[in-house]
Design a protein. Structure first.
Lengths: 375, 338
């Protein structure tokens, strides 16, 4: 019986309680590999492909297409061919959905606040029971810590993970001094000090990548490695239609058009995602904060910061992840980097490979952190 | 961000705007709660406690108790708005609005028009509506269609605590008279409400559920019923889009028509009486503008054309329920191509 592995409904984000299995992408009896896309799952907030958490022979598809099931419910069963059908039957019959454990004890993300100079920085913390060098996740322009919902739990299995809401974003204060990279980097540095981490692995997406590079430049002694996911700072251009469209968008339709530019599959943009962005943009000061950050860092379709020289200095291990279908930043910008930089190209992803191909990106990140720790 | 009730969300919106703008004042029956009578300050905060705490913070000059004379204090509020203040007047139950129709329909709603755009009337009238409170026919009506009928008024029906705060701040900052409908059974409903100030624009519907088989347009408290039905039917393979228009005037017709173009089926859920209701209005809109998109007759779910009964058993039958919404969705989606 111990060879039988359940595949259960994943929990994507703090609020997810149940999900709908929209379709199976694999058949009963097939061999599946960890990270393989096996199903499409939809929650009230988003739809995404579900990548298998384990490898093995798929002996039983328990959930049917269209089923709406709670987090932790049995979706399928993996077992070697030697295990009898009867054993699988009794495993399925005896399967009990585990009650959601106490979030913090289970290492699930908890929200924390940091007050500095009258401003609040909000971040999520997870995996605090782990000893390894911590990871700090820095979202991009207009995003928030929820952008890491497919990554945070996986990375927190072996390391403490902190996901920040940058100044002007998410639940952090919307007032900015200038909105330049120095200010954003200082806020993340305050977080690193607050949690008492000596060195950290920085993971930055898009503008967050530039923030990570800025911290490496300003405070190299605190940085164990940098992973840039479609980072700003390696090329010259940025899609101004997205930046300006995102700032200007006040109506659902306009937000939808902007969000569709981010993903290789525009059908993944749900009404709940759109309302989530609108909820952020409605907050007093949010639009002004976006404007200030864009004016400083992404004016008129240009990237003002360049970190190529820094990356070429090879101070710490650097990995760059690029979606080949990115329409926000040209994927070609990651070309011509020195061989010390590991470049990961993700074929079917747009500007958000950490959401669109989470399993691939998670395992690349884990390998990158481990290699950096050994260096 | 924290969990707050519908009541707290409304109070937080008013208090925030009173701090921000000294022209914002609150007036109504028992709003200050016996202010002036020794030992009785802030005793009530309105009949269901929404304005509790405002009088101690902002004082008797900005939180006024009024006599039980709606015609007088709604008229005073309209005049105060036209002459520079931004009053938030509480007219306890919308059922009592009849005595001040002239002040609302003929004065407040018309000032901007009659004075060639030179006058504005930044007035908010908060009022309770809805059945289910065992309060009988004179305290339970859903009279928002009457106000929607009058050009010059804006009519708001928040469907959750989050919506209530953002729509109230928008209402107070708006330069036209706004009738703000609070369902009396929703005051203890809780939800995530940001601590910060935010506004939700009028005339922009929210899509609270997405599905391909039918469109349900629901108002105020009925939105939660429609969401519940959409979640249930999703498990049974029927996809339901739920639209919360947020405001009946202005009305976001585009979102409704776009959705019906996709689904071809419409159910409107409206707690008011069926005649001249929002249900009738939306059905008219879709029949006129999108007839060729329809794959099934439009269904409406409303209360009947009777006074709200005092008998609890009859009142429960009177109010639209999730079961009635479900039946209507199943009726329009029966025989659909899968």
């Amino acid at each position: 019986m111990s060879d039988i592995q359940p595949i259960v409904m994943p929990k994507w984000g703090l609020a997810m309680e149940e999900g709908a299995l929209t379709s199976w992408l694999v058949e009963s009896g097939s061999e599946i590999a960890k990270g393989q896309e096996i199903a499409e799952i939809e929650t009230s907030k988003l739809a995404n492909v579900f990548e298998s958490p384990a490898s093995g022979t798929l002996r039983r598809l328990v959930a049917k297409e269209g089923d709406v099931l709670p987090v932790g419910a049995l979706l399928a069963v993996l077992a070697p061919p030697a295990v009898s059908d009867a054993d699988i039957d009794s495993f399925v019959a005896g399967f009990v959905v585990e009650a959601p454990a106490d979030a913090e004890a289970a290492g699930a993300p908890v929200e924390r606040k940091l007050e500095r100079g009258g401003r609040t920085l909000v971040f999520k913390a997870a995996g605090l029971q782990n000893e390894a060098t911590p990871v700090v996740l820095i979202h991009g322009f207009g995003g928030d810590s929820d952008n890491w919902l497919f990554n945070i739990d996986e990375l927190a299995k072996s390391r403490p993970v902190y996901a920040v809401d940058l100044p002007g974003h998410g639940k952090s204060s919307k007032t900015l001094a200038t909105g330049d990279l120095g200010e954003l980097a200082q806020a993340v540095a305050d977080l690193i000090d607050e949690v008492g981490a000596g060195k950290v692995h920085l993971v930055g997406h898009s503008l967050g990548g530039a923030v990570a590079f800025q911290i490496l430049r300003d405070r190299p002694e605190r940085v164990a490695s940098v992973a840039g996911i479609a980072p700003i700072g390696l090329g010259d251009r940025v899609n101004a239609d997205f930046v300006e469209g995102f700032i200007a968008a006040q109506k659902r339709k306009d937000v939808k058009a902007a969000l569709e530019l981010l993903l290789s599959d525009p059908d993944l943009v749900s009404s709940q995602m759109i309302e989530g962005v609108l909820r952020f943009k409605r907050i007093e000061g949010a639009k002004e904060a976006l404007r200030a950050i864009a004016d400083r860092n992404l004016p008129a379709g240009r990237q003002t910061a360049s970190f190529r020289d820094l990356v070429e200095q090879d101070r710490v291990p650097v990995m760059i992840v690029r979606g080949e279908r990115d329409t926000i930043l040209d994927p070609a910008a990651a070309q011509g980097l020195p061989s010390s930089v590991e470049v990961v190209r993700v074929e079917n992803a747009g500007h958000m490979p950490h959401m669109e191909a989470a399993s691939t990106v998670n395992s690349k990140l884990a390998g990158h952190f481990d290699a950096a720790d050994r260096r | 961000m924290s969990k707050k009730s519908y009541r707290e969300a409304i109070r937080e919106a008013i208090a925030g705007e009173m701090r921000r703008d000294p022209r914002v004042i609150v007036m109504g029956e028992d709003n200050a709660g016996g202010a002036g009578a020794p030992g009785e300050n802030d005793a009530w905060g309105g009949v269901l406690g929404v304005t509790k705490g405002l009088q101690p913070e902002f004082g008797a000059d900005r939180v006024l108790d009024t006599p039980i004379t709606e015609s007088a204090f709604i008229g005073a509020a309209a005049g105060a708005a036209a002459t520079g203040l931004r009053p938030v007047a509480e007219l306890m139950f919308v059922d009592f609005m009849g005595v001040c129709f002239d002040q609302i329909f003929n004065q407040a709603a018309k000032f901007r028009y009659m004075f060639g755009g030179k006058a504005v009337t930044p007035l908010v009238i908060r009022t309770m509506y809805g059945a289910g409170f065992r309060a009988a026919s004179q305290h339970s009506q859903c009279l928002y269609p009457i106000f929607t009928h009058i050009p010059g008024l804006k009519v708001v029906l928040p469907s959750s605590a989050y919506e209530a705060k953002g729509l109230m701040i928008e209402a107070i900052r708006d330069d036209d008279p706004v009738i703000f409908f609070e369902h009396k059974l929703m005051y203890d409903d809780t939800g995530d409400v940001p601590d910060e100030s935010y506004t939700i624009p009028f005339g922009e519907a929210n899509i609270t559920r997405e599905g391909k088989d039918a469109t349900v347009v629901a108002f105020g408290r009925m939105v939660s019923f429609a969401n519940q039905v959409a979640d249930e039917l999703k498990r049974e393979g029927v996809g339901v889009t739920v639209i919360d228009p947020r405001t009946t005037s202005p009305l976001d017709t585009e979102t409704i028509l776009d959705s019906v173009a996709e689904t071809g089926r419409l159910v409107v859920v409206d707690e008011s009486h069926p005649r001249c209701s929002m249900a009738a209005d939306i059905a008219r809109l879709v029949a006129e503008e999108a007839f060729s998109d329809l794959k099934a007759p439009i269904k409406t779910v409303t209360a009947p054309h009777t006074p709200v009964p005092f008998s609890p058993a009859l009142e429960d039958i009177y109010i639209p329920t999730p079961a009635k919404v479900r039946d209507a969705v199943l009726a329009v989606t029966r025989g659909r191509a899968r």
